[in-house]
Design a protein around this ligand. Structure first.
Ligand code: NOJ
Length: 762
């Protein structure tokens, strides 16, 4: 029952999306406190524009080339609203002191950073964490990250990223919650709550920033920063809901996306940032661009110079310019020339002042510098270990080879088995990889040093070009001095003396994340060769896979005995892997993104539309299929095994007729028929069989994570009401339609039992 609150909220989100045709009435009414209003009244035009300027100083994190010059002078003259990427109390305090003591009006700065999956304590990458389907845990992780980050002086995080992603070539799939809008909305809400708490002005809560609006995850070919073209119906039904959920949960800021959406760069897209965000959704926080996204619109070809792209961004409804200083250097001129008006600058400035007011900075600019927390302490490490174990997905377990007993000889083989550099995953700007626990260390703590034999076996890749590109932000791929053949030989020798081979393989941490798209998402050749050599030994092989994206694993799934997808678990990775390998924790996570059989299937996801010629696994001529492979992914959305077995009973409906006044309840009994306690994520999907537009073959509409002792049975109940069945139709009205529906409940998106009901609207 622990997820019921979240489910109700998600149902609320799905039922309270305004029609795209309706307008919000409260647009642009920003009421400042008397104190802040008085400051605002004294501001010059230059100072107002200064508030719209987010700068990066030399000491900050870098994801682009621009560094602001003459920072101290700018701070003194009120030309800076916030600083991006500055870390450490001393740095933050000295910048704040200049703004507060040396500038004319003493307006405090906000300090933002990408606190994506933890601060000093690194939690699993977001995609991994979403596989827990545990909203309480996700909220706790965000809250713990906020406690650490705020105690180091920060008050704004560029998280959560809620972009729906259905293309695993896109490296940033690692940063989101996968392919589904219903689950994605639940995660978005939990993260916002976790960061912002109930009151932003508490010393340990921080402003969240939902990103990247809009639809960055649908970039063509999976290539980063690339074009997106999408129908409105798909935007509203499938890609917008998580952004909307974050807004309904009270997120204080939103970031633009780098991509062009339907031929207009998001950062100049008035339809997105004024019509949808403000008028339809009533968002009252502020909009920040992505890093130099205004400047990049010259490359997009929608402005001849920085001045033109800057006024286009302001006209679209953007409030703050991240790092590019286009607003700072050109808005005054554009005002004189009449391309923008004074009110637009006033509104943007007020929105940013309001955020500072809500953070309590006008009462005490140093409030986030006062608390001291022991960073990376025992408790946060414990939470990180729990989060990492809850994120691990068991993809295969032939003959119940897992869990391992601790009285056997283990050959621990692979380039990721003893690699601290790769445990944290992408986008950990404050984490210290040296603090991470490796798999070798974790396994040794269960079986002692004597029972584990380790060999690297292969480089992550032997491809030098790829190595250099991946190592651009720090060395994660270490090319061994030995030849690949010698490394394999050592691994084979060791494995020959073992009872079981645990192969720890996969991607380097920075093979996913920003600017890390991959065209080939299978294991690198170096690792495939190693695996084939190990396979020839006829010993049981467990693959422990580190990855920031779904990978193509056909051979591995056919030839290995077990596969444990451990993603990148963060600081406690190695301990978490060992917890699951030895059965201290029974794995319960389920995939939130489909694993394609081959890159050629992409995009492949559970909620596709039907074709006029569905294949139904027949492979007949003139059906919608591939000649060479199946349509279905290798591992579907929602899939994941446990060390126990769960038996599902029949779906019972409280009624087969649903009306707006009378919801129905779908219930099902789940029994743990295995020998150990375990958790199961029960999923409900619905299909609207006939509609005014084509509707998906199934849509996730409910889930619940339950815990069951051996032989225990629990009944899971899902309420189905009229609102849950609404969708955006061709007129972009959010409505349900009378007719027949299928309801499907099961352990994953393909393993479902089915029944039906009818919706009567009149
Ligand atoms: C670019 C990324 O797209 C965005 O997600 C991030 O928050 C900013 N850089 C700031 O680092």
């Amino acid at each position: 029952m622990k997820n019921i609150f979240y489910l109700l909220f998600i149902v609320y989100i799905f039922t309270n999306c305004n029609d795209a045709t309706q307008k919000h009435t409260k647009t642009n009414s920003i009421v400042l406190s008397a104190k802040v209003e008085a400051i605002f009244q004294k501001m010059t035009l230059k100072e107002k524009i200064g508030q719209l300027n987010l700068i990066r100083t030399g000491k900050s994190v870098k994801t682009g080339e621009v560094v602001s010059k003459n920072v101290e002078d700018k701070l003194k003259t009120g030309l800076v609203g916030g600083i991006f990427g500055l870390q450490g109390k001393r740095n933050i305090r000295s910048a704040q002191q200049i703004a507060v003591n040396k500038s004319r009006l003493g307006i405090p700065l906000i300090f933002g950073l990408d606190v994506i999956h933890g601060y000093k304590t690194t939690f699993p990458i977001p995609l991994a964490l979403s596989c827990s389907w545990d909203m309480k845990l996700i909220e706790q992780v965000a809250h713990s990250s906020a406690i650490e980050a705020t105690s180091d002086g920060l008050n704004w995080t560029f998280s959560p990223m809620v972009d729906i992603a259905r293309d695993p070539r896109w490296g940033r799939i690692a940063e989101g919650a996968g392919e589904d809008p219903f689950l994605g909305s639940a995660v978005a809400k939990s993260m916002v709550k976790g960061y912002q708490g109930d009151k932003l002005s508490e010393n340990n809560t921080m402003l969240a920033c939902v990103k990247h609006f809009a639809n960055y995850g649908a970039t063509e070919g999976g290539r980063d920063y690339n074009t997106v073209d999408m129908s409105d119906i798909r935007c509203y039904n499938e890609y917008y809901p998580p952004y909307k959920a974050a807004i309904d949960a009270g997120v204080g800021s939103i970031m633009t996306s780098f991509n062009v959406l339907n031929y207009i760069p998001a950062t100049a897209n008035k339809h997105l940032f004024t019509e949808i965000l403000r008028e339809q959704w009533g968002f009252s926080g502020f909009v920040v661009t992505d890093y130099t996204a205004i400047n990049e619109m010259i490359n997009h070809g929608i402005g001849k110079d920085l001045q033109e792209v800057s006024y286009k961004a302001l006209n679209a409804g953007i409030d703050m310019d991240m790092v590019g200083e286009g607003f700072l250097t050109t808005l005054e001129k554009s005002l004189e020339e009449g391309s923008i008006n004074k009110d637009q600058i006033d509104i943007a400035c007020k929105r940013i002042l309001k955020a500072k007011e809500l953070l309590g900075l006008f009462d005490n600019p140093y409030r986030y510098l006062e608390e001291s927390t022991d960073l990376l302490n025992k408790d946060t490490r414990q939470l990180a270990r729990k989060a990492a174990t809850e994120s691990i997905v068991l993809l295969k377990n032939n003959n119940s080879i897992l869990p391992l007993t601790n009285d056997i000889k283990i050959a621990l083989i692979g380039p990721l088995a003893n690699s601290k550099e790769n445990m944290l995953g992408c986008w950990n700007v404050a984490g210290d990889y040296k603090q991470a626990v490796t798999v070798l260390k974790g396994v040794q703590s269960f079986v002692g040093k004597g029972n584990v034999m380790y060999a690297k076996g292969a480089n992550i890749t032997d491809n030098l070009k790829l190595t250099n590109r991946v190592n651009a932000l720090g060395k994660q791929i270490e090319i061994d001095k030995r030849s690949p053949a010698d490394m394999i030989k050592e691994a084979v020798n060791i494995s020959n003396k073992s009872d079981v081979i645990v192969a720890v393989l996969g991607e380097a941490a920075n093979m996913s994340g920003e600017a890390s798209s991959m065209a080939d998402i299978s294991l690198q050749d170096s690792q495939k060769k190693l695996l084939k050599a190990l396979k020839s030994l006829n010993k049981p092989i467990v693959l422990v896979l580190f990855n920031g994206r779904p990978m193509t694993l056909k051979w591995e799934s056919e030839n290995l005995d077990a596969i444990l997808d451990v993603w990148f678990g963060g600081t406690e990775s190695g301990n978490a892997v060992a917890d699951v390998l030895f059965g201290k924790v029974n794995p319960s996570a389920k995939l939130t993104t489909s694993f394609p059989l081959s890159v050629g299937q992409i995009p492949v996801y559970h909620s596709m539309l039907n074709t006029g010629r569905p294949d139904n696994k027949s492979h007949k001529k003139f059906r919608s299929n591939y000649l060479d492979i199946a349509n279905e992914p290798l591992f579907p959305f929602g899939y994941g095994l446990s060390y126990t077995q769960f038996e599902y009973g029949k779906i019972k409906l409280s009624d087969t007729v649903l009306t707006p006044q009378k919801p129905i309840i779908a219930s099902i009994d789940i029994t743990n028929s295995g020998k150990v306690e375990g958790e199961e994520i029960v999923q409900m999907y619905i299909r609207d069989i006939v509609g005014s537009i084509s509707r998906p073959i199934k849509e996730l509409k409910g889930f619940e994570k339950i815990q069951l002792k051996p032989r225990e049975t629990k009944t899971v109940r899902f309420e189905i009401n009229e609102a849950l069945l609404r969708f955006y139709n061709s007129g972009l009205k959010y409505e349900s339609e009378s007719g027949k529906f299928e309801v499907m409940i099961g352990k994953d998106s393909e393993n479902l039992s089915k029944t039906g009901f009818v919706l009567y609207l009149k």
